[in-house]
Unconditional design. Sequence first.
Length: 107
Amino acid sequence: MARPHSVGKQRDIRNTNRSWRKFRTNHGYDDWLTFRTFRRTVTTLLDESGVSARLIAAHLRHAQPSITQDTYMQRRIISRTTAKALEKLGPSKGNRAKRRGNVGERS
């Protein structure tokens, strides 16, 4: 990730990290908020907006769109598909099955 300096050069990573820690402290964020968190969020937002994997890969400076898809995009699709399937089951269906004796009992 580029760290632009005010005169067009790259900033020293120590200065960037110091500024980042100050930002997190001032805004109440814990250590979980990292540069990678932003990178993943941007990728998700671009993907959900219909931007192609090739353009997202170029934005992230990945050599191949497959890197972007394997690292960032594919996981989200799988987890959302799984979540939708689980939502169809609903919490009440599992409880009714237990009450009827169909789940968790041995003969």
